[in-house]
Design a protein around this ligand. Structure first.
Ligand code: HSC
Length: 695
């Protein structure tokens, strides 16, 4: 017998239906069927005068079961179940104790009354999955709170608090105590009044002024959202509220939803949703391993990176000591931090009080001894092995027992850093991305020998800092930068073969990136890669020549592009283009033109190939981890799902053929398809078919 997902109980003449479908009461087929059955049963019971719909757990209902999308639909369908609730002749009151999201809020909207706990929240986040609400949300919410309130809520997809929901009249009552008891009381009142009032019949808020305000929002959205299909569908559905009877509006909404759910962009966003949850499960580490407590931290190095990391702690309310070698350096570092906070105050995103609170959490200090009491020490010093080893050697004698010692290195070998200490079980990498106080990605580097609870601590801390932490194995450039380097090499090859910087960048921005590789190098500073290449005895003819000319990017006013008078976006530079042509000639290359598709293939295929090697080596546990890294650290467009997901949509056989052709054309053996890529292609499989490996 399958477990029942809804329990029916009685309190006098009130039936109480309690949803219990862990972990988040998602509306899978079993729950839909149980809900329909219970409503029918209680509705038909002459001893029942009203029904309370409650739930247990952290969610009231988290929405439709996203894993069912893209598969053949299973009856009963949610809109039909909600219709049975709304048309029930006995009042149904929702008792909302947690998050009511998507289909979960739509369940509440189909009820005749809504009572919420103070901690409850409400949202229609379908837009984030490339969808619109599909079970009446676009029709019922505007009828309840007005279209000009409902549309922005559905467009942003962000949840609102219970008190906000009360002020919008989305809920009838908010209680601090027993939400089910309050819902029972409301149910009794409604039953005493006779036939329940249905949201679908309400028209009071659909005024001419509301329509006018909504149309203004719709116009602004059309201009700003680049005509994203789901935003446009949302406008069309909400417009129906004013133009169509309820049933017809529902039919329009349903047709739009079904079209969007079949769109590859929504499938990619759904993949991202699950991949972002999967990263929390670290292969080889059981759920029983608990994080060490972190009450305070120390950051070594008050440069741009160290200062940014210290801000992450302060922003999360964790006291942090920011350490430098000399007073002047720490003064500079603190001034930089204060200036960034001041900018946020000027912009209005931070109050002066909050700024003061955050600054007070950062204690400047000179000398490593100040790290003695820290539960975690993050080193963000100069990217040189000697420097790192010296710091970790000293920390070994200073840091308290059990403290996590983390390096923010972006390329260096973490075990070699750990070897400077006698406690490798406490040493790992925490690779933040610049600017550290803004970028979401955190690579948690797990070298051999590190304790499982140290890894779990870094992951839990990352989430506390508002980051998206992903465990990666130790290896040059870890995951993100190693693949970035593959793209950088591809850019160099393309430029020498005949493409120009603006063409390379345009191909990538057309694909959905905010920036192309040349503009990105100009923004970060071309000298960074130059220094790193020199340290490793590597060359890149075009990039080196640009640096030798002193064109380090935006900070020098020119790089791959020109930035006259501090301009933020670059213009074509005839001198750079001539320099590139000269290098092609010196290398005996006859330049040719490339189509946008060719450029994309030459930039992205080598990245996927490197991703396959990363998976082979166990540096990333799952293809989805690589996707999450590229989405959160490098601006890969979410609706394309990440590089490994994208590779599956292209087809691995196609990728293998393209890489073989590129390898033959360029004579570059690194472009030969990785064995894993070949194997999957031969087996007609995709990366999605891989099982997780330990990072
Ligand atoms: C929707 O509702 C469409 C509707 O309009 C209806 C359409 C009907 C159309 C019919 C037409 C004919 N489904 O995040 P956590 C899993 S679209 C499946 O770690 P937290 C999650 O994968 C949906 N699974 O927990 C994870 O599983 P794991 C709109 C879902 O406490 C576990 O639950 N709703 C799921 O940090 C825990 O998740 C949303 O977009 C779902 N809906 O956050 C809400 N939701 O343990 C999405 C969660 O195996 N969910 N799971 O890894 C969330 O935002 C967050 O999960 C919560 C909990 C805030 C609910």
């Amino acid at each position: 017998m399958p477990m029942e997902t809804v329990r029916l109980a009685r309190e006098g003449e009130i039936a109480i239906a309690t949803i219990d479908n862990p972990p988040v009461n998602a509306l899978g087929q079993a729950l839909r069927a149980d809900l329909a059955r219970v409503i029918a049963e209680a509705g038909a019971d002459p001893a029942v005068s009203a029904i309370v719909l409650a739930a247990v757990g952290r969610a009231f209902v988290a929405g439709a079961d996203i894993s069912e999308f893209g598969k053949p639909p299973l009856a009963p369908f949610l809109p039909d179940v909600l219709d049975s609730i709304e048309t029930c002749r006995k009042p149904v009151v929702a008792a909302i104790q947690g998050v009511a999201l998507g289909g979960g809020l739509e369940v509440a909207l189909a009820c005749h009354g809504r009572v919420a706990s103070v901690s409850a929240s409400f949202g229609l986040p379908e837009i984030k999955l490339g969808l619109i609400p599909g079970a009446g949300g676009t029709q019922r919410l505007p009828r309840l709170i007005g279209a000009a309130q409902a549309f922005p809520m559905m467009l942003a997809g962000e949840p609102i608090t219970a008190s906000r929901a009360l002020s919008l009249h989305l809920v009838d009552e908010v209680v601090d105590g027993d939400v089910v008891a309050a819902a029972v009381a409301l149910a009794r009142q409604l039953a005493a009044r006779g036939a329940p009032e249905r949201v679908c019949d309400r028209t009071g808020r659909l005024t001419a002024a509301d329509r006018e305000a909504f149309e203004a929002q719709a116009l602004a959205t059309t201009k700003s959202s680049g005509e994203m299909p789901n935003a446009m569908a949302l406008i069309e559905a909400v417009r129906g509220v004013f133009a169509l009877p309820f049933a017809e509006g529902l039919a329009v909404e349903r047709a739009l939803f079904l079209k969007l759910v079949a769109d590859p962009r929504s499938a990619a966003l759904r993949h991202v949703f699950f991949a972002e949850r999967e990263i929390a499960r670290v292969p080889g580490i059981g759920a029983g391993v608990k994080p060490r407590p972190i009450a305070n931290a120390a950051v070594i190095g008050a440069g741009t990176m160290g200062g940014g990391i210290a801000m992450c702690f302060a922003n999360a309310g964790i006291p942090v000591t920011l350490i430098e070698q000399e007073q002047a350096q720490i003064d500079n570092g603190m001034n930089r931090v204060a200036a960034i906070y001041a900018m946020s105050v000027t912009r209005g995103s931070l109050t002066p009080e909050k700024r003061d609170e955050r600054l007070a959490l950062i204690t400047p200090a000179v000398g490593l001894a100040a790290a003695a009491d820290a539960d975690i020490v993050i080193e963000a010093a100069f990217e040189e092995m000697g420097v790192k080893q010296q710091i970790f050697g000293a920390l070994d004698g200073i840091a308290k027992s059990g403290a996590i010692l983390a390096s923010n290195t972006s390329y260096l070998d973490v075990p070699t850093i750990a070897a400077a200490t006698k406690r490798p079980q406490d040493v790992l990498g925490m690779h933040f991305f610049s600017p550290a106080n803004v970028m979401k990605l955190l690579e948690v580097v797990r070298p051999q020998g590190v304790a499982d609870d140290a890894v779990v601590t870094a992951m839990a801390l990352g989430r506390r800092l508002g980051k998206v932490p992903v465990v990666v194995g130790n290896g040059f450039g870890f995951v993100g930068n190693r693949m970035l380097e593959a793209r950088t090499r591809a850019t160099e090859r393309l430029l020498i073969a005949g493409a120009l910087p603006h063409e390379v960048d345009a191909a990538l921005t057309g694909f959905g990136f905010k920036m192309g590789p040349c503009a990105m190098a100009d923004l970060a500073g071309n000298d960074i890669g130059w220094r790193s290449r020199k340290a490793r005895g590597k060359t890149a003819a075009v990039a080196d020549a640009i640096c030798e000319a002193g064109w380090f990017g935006q900070k020098t006013g020119r790089g791959y592009f020109l930035y006259p008078e501090g301009a933020r976006s670059g213009q074509r530079d005839p001198e750079v283009e001539a320099l590139i042509a000269r290098i092609s000639e010196e290398q005996g290359v006859t330049r040719r033109s490339f189509t946008t598709d060719e450029i994309l293939s030459r930039l992205l295929d080598p990245m996927v190939n490197e991703g396959a090697r990363i998976l082979e080596e166990g540096i990333a546990a799952r293809p989805g981890d690589i996707d999450v890294i590229w989405l959160n650290g490098y601006n890969w467009p979410a609706w394309r799902g990440g590089p490994m997901y994208w590779a599956d949509t292209v087809g691995l056989r196609t990728l293998v053929a393209r890489l073989e052709q590129q390898a033959a054309e360029t004579g570059d053996a690194t472009l030969q398809p990785a064995p894993l890529l070949r194997r999957l292609a031969d087996e007609s499989k995709g990366f999605a078919d891989l099982k997780a490996r330990s990072a």
